[in-house]
Design a protein around this ligand. Structure first.
Ligand code: BEZ
Length: 213
């Protein structure tokens, strides 16, 4: 398969999931999407990750983002494991988990890295925009659980920078100052950023986050 890169259209697929058959693009609708893979069912790190995502459902909904997980185990395995996640993580899994037994989706999204593990998926995350293109790719090894606060932070940045001519600096959090895109002249910035801006250097200009009152 060709390498999937930022800006590419996220490949569409139809697959079985813990919530029935899903067509990926239809499932995403007009909103944002997060597709993330797991090495395997009944594994400790994955159990904590899926419990965490279930607890963050409202946060994803606030950002108009739908989540969908994947592992290469089958539907029966997913169902039993979901019971364990609900019990041990004190939550209810409220999003679909794809049963990718034939590795069709894993291969489409390059989620198997053979030099790390020949058969299991690594911890991939794809954020898809409303235009169905890939906005973010993150890959973690099996032994490191993901930071879902970071994922929400990145979605905030992606959504802000998709609609305003700004970028977000290191460690930026929602509500903090942002940087003005270098392509914008100071004259344009004066009309575009009504809260004003600070010019630290000609290429480093800071302005309050534009989509807040
Ligand atoms: C886990 O999810 O706990 C895990 C899966 C594969 C390898 C190591 C850890």
């Amino acid at each position: 398969m060709a390498t999937l890169r930022l800006g590419d259209v996220a490949p569409d697929f139809t697959a079985q999931s813990s919530e029935g058959e899903i067509n990926f693009h239809e499932y995403l609708g007009d909103g944002w999407g997060v597709l993330f893979s797991h090495p395997a069912d009944y594994t400790p790190v994955c159990t904590t990750e899926l419990g965490t995502v279930a607890k963050y459902k409202e946060e994803f909904e606030k950002r108009n983002a739908k989540v969908i997980a994947l592992s290469v185990d089958g539907l029966e395995s997913h169902k039993g494991w979901i019971n364990d996640i609900n019990e041990t993580q004190n939550t209810t899994v409220n999003f679909p988990i794809i049963a990718d037994e034939d590795r069709k989706v894993s291969e489409l999204y390059d989620m198997i890295h053979p030099n790390a593990d020949a058969t299991l998926t690594v911890r991939s995350v794809y954020v898809i925009g409303p235009d169905k293109t890939v906005k973010l790719i993150i890959t973690y090894p099996a032994s490191t659980g993901r930071n879902f606060d970071e994922l929400l932070r990145v979605i905030d940045s992606l959504q802000l920078t998709a609609y305003h001519k700004v970028a977000t600096p290191a460690n930026w959090q929602h509500g903090e100052e942002v940087v003005i895109s270098p392509a914008i002249t100071n004259e344009e910035a004066e009309t575009m950023f009504t809260k004003g801006f600070k010019e630290v250097k000609p290429y480093l200009r800071l302005t309050p986050q534009p989509n807040l009152n």
